[in-house]
Design a protein around this ligand. Structure first.
Ligand code: NAD
Ligand code: DAU
Length: 352
Protein backbone atom coordinates (compact mmCIF):
# COMPACT_ATOMS: atom_id res chain seq x y z
CA UNK A 1 0.00 0.00 0.00
CA UNK A 2 1.29 3.46 -0.87
CA UNK A 3 0.20 5.84 1.85
CA UNK A 4 0.54 9.61 1.95
CA UNK A 5 0.73 10.88 5.54
CA UNK A 6 0.47 14.66 5.83
CA UNK A 7 1.91 16.38 8.90
CA UNK A 8 4.09 13.34 9.63
CA UNK A 9 6.77 15.46 11.33
CA UNK A 10 4.35 16.67 14.02
CA UNK A 11 3.39 15.04 17.30
CA UNK A 12 0.76 12.49 16.23
CA UNK A 13 2.12 12.25 12.67
CA UNK A 14 5.61 11.18 13.78
CA UNK A 15 4.18 8.55 16.13
CA UNK A 16 1.93 7.32 13.30
CA UNK A 17 4.71 7.17 10.70
CA UNK A 18 6.84 5.14 13.16
CA UNK A 19 3.89 2.81 13.83
CA UNK A 20 3.20 2.23 10.11
CA UNK A 21 6.82 1.83 9.01
CA UNK A 22 7.55 -0.70 11.78
CA UNK A 23 4.32 -2.65 11.41
CA UNK A 24 4.09 -2.77 7.61
CA UNK A 25 7.60 -3.05 6.13
CA UNK A 26 6.15 -3.76 2.67
CA UNK A 27 4.13 -0.52 2.56
CA UNK A 28 5.49 2.74 1.19
CA UNK A 29 4.95 5.70 3.56
CA UNK A 30 5.36 9.19 2.09
CA UNK A 31 5.41 11.99 4.66
CA UNK A 32 4.45 15.40 3.25
CA UNK A 33 5.19 18.13 5.79
CA UNK A 34 5.94 21.84 5.53
CA UNK A 35 8.06 21.76 8.70
CA UNK A 36 6.37 24.69 10.40
CA UNK A 37 7.39 25.55 13.98
CA UNK A 38 5.50 22.34 14.95
CA UNK A 39 7.23 19.96 12.54
CA UNK A 40 10.53 18.39 13.46
CA UNK A 41 12.43 15.74 11.51
CA UNK A 42 14.35 14.86 14.65
CA UNK A 43 11.18 13.15 15.82
CA UNK A 44 11.72 10.63 12.99
CA UNK A 45 15.47 9.97 13.30
CA UNK A 46 14.94 6.26 13.89
CA UNK A 47 12.96 5.73 10.67
CA UNK A 48 14.56 8.23 8.28
CA UNK A 49 16.81 5.69 6.55
CA UNK A 50 14.13 2.99 6.34
CA UNK A 51 13.55 2.14 2.63
CA UNK A 52 9.78 2.07 3.25
CA UNK A 53 9.81 5.75 4.24
CA UNK A 54 10.15 8.93 2.15
CA UNK A 55 10.01 12.54 3.32
CA UNK A 56 8.83 15.37 1.08
CA UNK A 57 9.03 18.91 2.37
CA UNK A 58 6.07 20.91 1.12
CA UNK A 59 2.88 22.82 1.80
CA UNK A 60 -0.47 21.01 1.51
CA UNK A 61 -1.91 24.25 0.06
CA UNK A 62 0.42 23.95 -2.95
CA UNK A 63 -1.84 22.21 -5.51
CA UNK A 64 0.78 21.45 -8.19
CA UNK A 65 3.14 20.00 -5.57
CA UNK A 66 0.42 17.83 -4.00
CA UNK A 67 -0.58 16.53 -7.47
CA UNK A 68 3.06 15.75 -8.21
CA UNK A 69 3.34 13.77 -4.96
CA UNK A 70 0.24 11.70 -5.85
CA UNK A 71 1.66 10.95 -9.29
CA UNK A 72 5.28 10.34 -8.37
CA UNK A 73 4.48 7.95 -5.52
CA UNK A 74 1.25 6.46 -6.89
CA UNK A 75 -0.60 7.39 -3.68
CA UNK A 76 -3.41 4.93 -2.86
CA UNK A 77 -4.44 6.16 0.59
CA UNK A 78 -4.12 9.40 2.52
CA UNK A 79 -3.97 9.94 6.27
CA UNK A 80 -4.33 13.68 6.62
CA UNK A 81 -2.97 15.15 9.85
CA UNK A 82 -1.21 18.34 8.70
CA UNK A 83 -2.79 21.27 10.50
CA UNK A 84 -2.29 24.27 12.66
CA UNK A 85 -3.27 22.56 15.91
CA UNK A 86 -2.93 24.90 18.91
CA UNK A 87 -6.05 26.69 20.20
CA UNK A 88 -4.12 29.50 21.94
CA UNK A 89 -2.27 30.35 18.73
CA UNK A 90 -5.57 30.48 16.83
CA UNK A 91 -6.76 33.10 19.33
CA UNK A 92 -3.66 35.23 18.73
CA UNK A 93 -4.02 34.92 14.93
CA UNK A 94 -6.40 32.73 12.91
CA UNK A 95 -5.28 33.27 9.31
CA UNK A 96 -2.79 30.42 9.08
CA UNK A 97 -5.45 28.10 10.56
CA UNK A 98 -7.87 28.94 7.77
CA UNK A 99 -5.20 28.56 5.14
CA UNK A 100 -3.74 25.23 6.21
CA UNK A 101 -6.77 23.59 7.80
CA UNK A 102 -9.42 24.62 5.26
CA UNK A 103 -7.60 25.44 2.02
CA UNK A 104 -4.97 22.74 2.63
CA UNK A 105 -7.63 20.08 3.21
CA UNK A 106 -9.49 21.20 0.09
CA UNK A 107 -6.27 20.97 -1.95
CA UNK A 108 -5.67 17.40 -0.78
CA UNK A 109 -9.28 16.31 -1.36
CA UNK A 110 -9.29 17.77 -4.86
CA UNK A 111 -5.91 16.24 -5.76
CA UNK A 112 -7.05 12.83 -4.48
CA UNK A 113 -10.32 13.10 -6.41
CA UNK A 114 -8.58 13.94 -9.68
CA UNK A 115 -5.80 11.39 -9.31
CA UNK A 116 -7.98 8.50 -8.15
CA UNK A 117 -10.67 9.14 -10.76
CA UNK A 118 -7.99 8.95 -13.45
CA UNK A 119 -6.59 5.73 -11.97
CA UNK A 120 -9.98 4.01 -11.66
CA UNK A 121 -11.19 2.12 -8.62
CA UNK A 122 -9.31 -1.17 -8.86
CA UNK A 123 -7.42 -0.40 -5.64
CA UNK A 124 -9.03 0.34 -2.29
CA UNK A 125 -8.55 4.09 -1.91
CA UNK A 126 -9.20 5.79 1.43
CA UNK A 127 -8.82 9.39 2.58
CA UNK A 128 -8.64 9.48 6.38
CA UNK A 129 -9.45 13.00 7.54
CA UNK A 130 -8.03 13.31 11.06
CA UNK A 131 -10.30 15.73 12.88
CA UNK A 132 -10.87 16.50 16.55
CA UNK A 133 -13.55 16.25 19.23
CA UNK A 134 -13.34 20.05 19.55
CA UNK A 135 -15.63 20.50 16.52
CA UNK A 136 -18.50 19.38 18.79
CA UNK A 137 -17.96 22.36 21.10
CA UNK A 138 -18.26 22.10 24.85
CA UNK A 139 -20.12 19.76 27.23
CA UNK A 140 -21.57 20.64 30.62
CA UNK A 141 -21.04 18.30 33.57
CA UNK A 142 -23.17 15.59 31.93
CA UNK A 143 -23.13 13.77 28.59
CA UNK A 144 -20.61 12.64 25.98
CA UNK A 145 -19.87 13.39 22.32
CA UNK A 146 -21.21 10.78 19.91
CA UNK A 147 -20.79 10.76 16.13
CA UNK A 148 -24.24 12.37 15.95
CA UNK A 149 -23.41 15.32 18.22
CA UNK A 150 -23.97 18.65 16.41
CA UNK A 151 -21.04 20.77 15.26
CA UNK A 152 -20.61 23.77 17.61
CA UNK A 153 -16.97 24.86 17.31
CA UNK A 154 -15.94 27.65 19.70
CA UNK A 155 -12.35 28.56 18.77
CA UNK A 156 -10.91 29.67 15.44
CA UNK A 157 -8.94 26.39 15.52
CA UNK A 158 -12.00 24.17 15.94
CA UNK A 159 -13.99 26.27 13.43
CA UNK A 160 -11.25 25.71 10.85
CA UNK A 161 -11.24 21.96 11.56
CA UNK A 162 -15.05 21.94 11.25
CA UNK A 163 -14.71 23.67 7.86
CA UNK A 164 -12.31 20.94 6.74
CA UNK A 165 -14.72 18.23 7.94
CA UNK A 166 -17.61 19.75 5.98
CA UNK A 167 -15.50 19.80 2.82
CA UNK A 168 -14.46 16.19 3.39
CA UNK A 169 -18.12 15.19 3.83
CA UNK A 170 -19.08 17.11 0.69
CA UNK A 171 -16.38 15.35 -1.35
CA UNK A 172 -17.83 12.00 -0.25
CA UNK A 173 -21.45 13.00 -0.96
CA UNK A 174 -20.82 14.87 -4.21
CA UNK A 175 -17.86 13.10 -5.75
CA UNK A 176 -17.94 9.72 -4.01
CA UNK A 177 -14.42 10.26 -2.65
CA UNK A 178 -13.90 7.51 -0.03
CA UNK A 179 -13.45 9.79 2.96
CA UNK A 180 -13.49 8.60 6.59
CA UNK A 181 -13.34 11.25 9.32
CA UNK A 182 -12.11 10.64 12.88
CA UNK A 183 -12.73 12.75 15.99
CA UNK A 184 -10.16 12.09 18.67
CA UNK A 185 -9.87 13.49 22.19
CA UNK A 186 -6.73 15.09 23.69
CA UNK A 187 -3.56 13.10 22.99
CA UNK A 188 -0.46 12.93 25.17
CA UNK A 189 2.84 11.07 24.85
CA UNK A 190 6.34 11.39 23.37
CA UNK A 191 7.22 14.08 20.81
CA UNK A 192 4.40 16.48 21.75
CA UNK A 193 5.45 20.11 21.46
CA UNK A 194 5.61 21.73 24.92
CA UNK A 195 3.07 24.40 23.99
CA UNK A 196 0.38 21.85 24.98
CA UNK A 197 -0.61 21.32 28.61
CA UNK A 198 1.08 18.04 29.61
CA UNK A 199 4.59 18.58 28.19
CA UNK A 200 4.49 22.26 29.18
CA UNK A 201 3.78 21.34 32.80
CA UNK A 202 6.41 18.57 32.86
CA UNK A 203 9.18 20.79 31.47
CA UNK A 204 8.30 23.89 33.49
CA UNK A 205 8.17 21.80 36.68
CA UNK A 206 11.56 20.21 35.94
CA UNK A 207 13.00 23.71 35.52
CA UNK A 208 11.26 25.23 38.57
CA UNK A 209 9.14 27.54 36.38
CA UNK A 210 5.52 28.50 37.05
CA UNK A 211 2.84 26.04 35.97
CA UNK A 212 0.15 28.21 34.34
CA UNK A 213 -3.37 26.86 34.91
CA UNK A 214 -6.06 28.75 32.99
CA UNK A 215 -9.03 30.06 35.00
CA UNK A 216 -9.88 27.88 37.98
CA UNK A 217 -8.47 24.71 36.42
CA UNK A 218 -11.90 23.07 36.44
CA UNK A 219 -12.08 22.47 32.67
CA UNK A 220 -12.12 18.77 31.81
CA UNK A 221 -10.25 16.95 29.04
CA UNK A 222 -10.44 13.27 28.03
CA UNK A 223 -6.83 12.04 27.60
CA UNK A 224 -5.64 9.34 25.19
CA UNK A 225 -2.10 7.97 24.81
CA UNK A 226 -0.88 8.88 21.32
CA UNK A 227 0.08 5.29 20.44
CA UNK A 228 -3.54 4.26 21.01
CA UNK A 229 -4.64 6.98 18.59
CA UNK A 230 -2.22 5.46 16.05
CA UNK A 231 -3.71 1.96 16.38
CA UNK A 232 -7.16 3.49 15.91
CA UNK A 233 -6.06 5.30 12.72
CA UNK A 234 -4.47 2.07 11.47
CA UNK A 235 -7.83 0.28 11.88
CA UNK A 236 -9.76 3.12 10.27
CA UNK A 237 -7.35 3.08 7.32
CA UNK A 238 -7.81 -0.65 6.76
CA UNK A 239 -11.41 -1.22 7.86
CA UNK A 240 -13.18 2.15 8.12
CA UNK A 241 -16.35 2.60 6.04
CA UNK A 242 -16.19 5.44 3.49
CA UNK A 243 -18.58 8.25 4.41
CA UNK A 244 -18.54 7.26 8.10
CA UNK A 245 -17.12 9.13 11.09
CA UNK A 246 -15.53 7.54 14.16
CA UNK A 247 -14.96 9.02 17.62
CA UNK A 248 -11.73 7.97 19.35
CA UNK A 249 -11.16 8.24 23.10
CA UNK A 250 -10.41 6.20 26.19
CA UNK A 251 -13.00 7.57 28.64
CA UNK A 252 -10.23 9.12 30.75
CA UNK A 253 -11.51 12.48 32.00
CA UNK A 254 -9.41 14.77 34.15
CA UNK A 255 -9.97 18.28 35.50
CA UNK A 256 -6.91 20.30 34.47
CA UNK A 257 -5.97 21.16 38.05
CA UNK A 258 -6.14 17.51 39.14
CA UNK A 259 -4.01 16.47 36.18
CA UNK A 260 -1.39 19.13 36.88
CA UNK A 261 -1.26 18.07 40.55
CA UNK A 262 -0.94 14.46 39.47
CA UNK A 263 2.07 15.29 37.25
CA UNK A 264 3.59 17.20 40.21
CA UNK A 265 3.17 14.17 42.50
CA UNK A 266 4.78 11.87 39.91
CA UNK A 267 7.73 14.24 39.64
CA UNK A 268 8.04 14.45 43.45
CA UNK A 269 8.37 10.65 43.47
CA UNK A 270 10.70 10.40 40.47
CA UNK A 271 13.09 13.14 41.68
CA UNK A 272 12.64 13.42 45.47
CA UNK A 273 15.87 15.41 45.89
CA UNK A 274 14.82 18.15 43.40
CA UNK A 275 14.91 21.67 44.92
CA UNK A 276 11.40 22.14 43.43
CA UNK A 277 9.68 19.49 45.60
CA UNK A 278 6.75 19.78 46.14
CA UNK A 279 6.32 20.69 42.48
CA UNK A 280 2.70 21.71 43.15
CA UNK A 281 4.03 24.89 44.82
CA UNK A 282 4.82 26.08 41.25
CA UNK A 283 1.13 26.09 40.21
CA UNK A 284 -0.24 29.55 39.26
CA UNK A 285 -3.82 30.26 38.26
CA UNK A 286 -3.70 32.66 35.30
CA UNK A 287 -6.21 34.51 33.13
CA UNK A 288 -8.54 32.10 31.35
CA UNK A 289 -8.42 31.25 27.64
CA UNK A 290 -11.22 33.21 25.84
CA UNK A 291 -14.04 30.89 24.72
CA UNK A 292 -12.48 28.09 26.81
CA UNK A 293 -14.46 24.88 26.29
CA UNK A 294 -15.50 23.51 29.68
CA UNK A 295 -15.52 19.78 29.08
CA UNK A 296 -14.81 17.17 26.39
CA UNK A 297 -15.77 13.50 26.72
CA UNK A 298 -15.84 10.92 23.96
CA UNK A 299 -18.21 8.02 23.44
CA UNK A 300 -16.04 5.57 21.47
CA UNK A 301 -18.63 2.78 21.30
CA UNK A 302 -18.76 2.82 17.49
CA UNK A 303 -15.06 2.27 16.79
CA UNK A 304 -14.94 -0.30 19.60
CA UNK A 305 -17.90 -2.32 18.38
CA UNK A 306 -17.53 -1.92 14.60
CA UNK A 307 -13.73 -1.99 14.22
CA UNK A 308 -12.75 -3.77 17.44
CA UNK A 309 -10.45 -0.97 18.66
CA UNK A 310 -9.28 -0.93 22.30
CA UNK A 311 -6.82 1.46 23.91
CA UNK A 312 -3.74 -0.54 24.95
CA UNK A 313 -2.29 1.82 27.57
CA UNK A 314 -3.60 2.71 31.01
CA UNK A 315 -3.28 6.34 32.05
CA UNK A 316 -0.97 5.66 35.00
CA UNK A 317 1.55 3.82 32.82
CA UNK A 318 1.16 6.23 29.87
CA UNK A 319 1.65 9.34 31.99
CA UNK A 320 4.69 7.92 33.78
CA UNK A 321 6.29 6.83 30.47
CA UNK A 322 5.60 10.29 29.06
CA UNK A 323 7.18 12.08 32.03
CA UNK A 324 10.23 9.80 31.80
CA UNK A 325 10.45 10.39 28.05
CA UNK A 326 10.63 14.17 28.54
CA UNK A 327 13.24 13.77 31.30
CA UNK A 328 15.37 11.62 29.00
CA UNK A 329 14.93 13.79 25.87
CA UNK A 330 15.77 17.25 27.13
CA UNK A 331 17.88 17.95 24.03
CA UNK A 332 14.89 17.38 21.74
CA UNK A 333 12.85 19.66 24.00
CA UNK A 334 15.46 22.42 23.98
CA UNK A 335 15.70 22.35 20.22
CA UNK A 336 11.95 22.55 19.63
CA UNK A 337 11.69 25.34 22.21
CA UNK A 338 14.20 27.61 20.50
CA UNK A 339 13.34 30.61 18.30
CA UNK A 340 9.69 30.74 17.23
CA UNK A 341 8.57 28.81 20.32
CA UNK A 342 10.15 31.33 22.72
CA UNK A 343 8.49 34.24 20.93
CA UNK A 344 5.10 32.54 21.19
CA UNK A 345 5.57 31.69 24.88
CA UNK A 346 6.31 35.33 25.66
CA UNK A 347 3.22 36.51 23.72
CA UNK A 348 0.82 33.99 25.27
CA UNK A 349 1.95 34.06 28.90
CA UNK A 350 3.73 37.36 29.70
CA UNK A 351 0.63 39.48 30.38
CA UNK A 352 -1.65 36.70 31.62
P1 NAD B 1 1.20 19.24 15.45
O1 NAD B 1 0.95 20.72 15.53
O2 NAD B 1 2.11 18.61 16.43
O3 NAD B 1 1.75 18.87 13.99
C1 NAD B 1 1.22 19.42 12.83
C2 NAD B 1 2.15 19.05 11.67
O4 NAD B 1 1.59 19.58 10.46
C3 NAD B 1 3.56 19.64 11.79
O5 NAD B 1 4.53 18.69 11.47
C4 NAD B 1 3.56 20.78 10.77
O6 NAD B 1 4.85 21.05 10.23
C5 NAD B 1 2.61 20.22 9.72
N1 NAD B 1 2.00 21.29 8.92
C6 NAD B 1 1.38 22.42 9.37
N2 NAD B 1 0.95 23.17 8.33
C7 NAD B 1 1.29 22.49 7.20
C8 NAD B 1 1.10 22.74 5.81
N3 NAD B 1 0.48 23.85 5.39
N4 NAD B 1 1.55 21.84 4.92
C9 NAD B 1 2.19 20.70 5.35
N5 NAD B 1 2.41 20.44 6.65
C10 NAD B 1 1.96 21.31 7.56
O7 NAD B 1 -0.24 18.58 15.49
P2 NAD B 1 -0.73 17.23 16.21
O8 NAD B 1 -1.04 17.52 17.62
O9 NAD B 1 0.20 16.14 15.85
O10 NAD B 1 -2.12 17.01 15.46
C11 NAD B 1 -2.17 16.34 14.21
C12 NAD B 1 -3.61 16.31 13.71
O11 NAD B 1 -4.44 15.65 14.65
C13 NAD B 1 -4.21 17.70 13.52
O12 NAD B 1 -5.01 17.67 12.36
C14 NAD B 1 -5.07 17.92 14.76
O13 NAD B 1 -6.16 18.76 14.48
C15 NAD B 1 -5.53 16.49 15.04
N6 NAD B 1 -5.81 16.17 16.45
C16 NAD B 1 -4.90 16.45 17.42
C17 NAD B 1 -5.16 16.09 18.75
C18 NAD B 1 -4.15 16.35 19.86
O14 NAD B 1 -4.48 16.15 21.03
N7 NAD B 1 -2.92 16.77 19.56
C19 NAD B 1 -6.36 15.45 19.07
C20 NAD B 1 -7.29 15.21 18.04
C21 NAD B 1 -6.99 15.56 16.74
O1 DAU C 1 -9.44 17.67 22.10
C1 DAU C 1 -8.53 17.54 21.05
C2 DAU C 1 -7.66 18.77 20.97
O2 DAU C 1 -6.79 18.71 22.10
C3 DAU C 1 -6.87 18.87 19.67
O3 DAU C 1 -7.78 19.05 18.61
C4 DAU C 1 -5.91 20.06 19.72
O4 DAU C 1 -5.10 20.06 18.55
C5 DAU C 1 -5.03 19.92 20.94
O5 DAU C 1 -4.18 21.04 21.04
C6 DAU C 1 -5.88 19.78 22.21
O6 DAU C 1 -6.60 21.03 22.50
P1 DAU C 1 -6.71 21.64 23.98
O7 DAU C 1 -6.93 23.08 23.85
O8 DAU C 1 -7.65 20.86 24.81
O9 DAU C 1 -5.21 21.30 24.52
P2 DAU C 1 -4.17 22.15 25.38
O10 DAU C 1 -3.06 21.24 25.74
O11 DAU C 1 -3.82 23.45 24.75
O12 DAU C 1 -4.99 22.46 26.71
C7 DAU C 1 -5.52 21.43 27.52
C8 DAU C 1 -6.29 22.09 28.65
O13 DAU C 1 -5.36 22.74 29.52
C9 DAU C 1 -7.26 23.18 28.20
O14 DAU C 1 -8.40 23.15 29.03
C10 DAU C 1 -6.48 24.48 28.41
C11 DAU C 1 -5.61 24.15 29.61
N1 DAU C 1 -4.29 24.84 29.66
C12 DAU C 1 -3.49 24.76 28.55
C13 DAU C 1 -2.24 25.35 28.55
C14 DAU C 1 -1.36 25.29 27.32
C15 DAU C 1 -3.87 25.45 30.81
O15 DAU C 1 -4.59 25.49 31.83
N2 DAU C 1 -2.64 26.05 30.81
C16 DAU C 1 -1.81 26.05 29.71
O16 DAU C 1 -0.71 26.65 29.79
Amino acid sequence: MKILVTGGAGFIGSNLVRHLVNKYPDYRIVNLDKLTYAGNLESLRDVESNPAYTFVRGDICNGPLVTEVFEEYGVECVIHLAAESHVDRSILSAEEFLRTNVLGTYTLLESARRYWSRKGSSKRHVFVNVSTDEVYGSLGTEGVFTERSPYEPNSPYSASKAGADHLARAYFKTHGLPVVTTHCSNNYGPFQLPEKLIPLVILNALEGKELPVYGKGTNVRDWLYVKDHCTALDLVLHRGMPGETYNIGAGNEWRNIDLVKRICRELDELIPDSPHVPHSSLIRFVKDRPGHDMRYAIDATKIRSELGWRPGHGFEEGLRDTIRWYMENIEWCNRVRSGAYREYYEKNYSRR
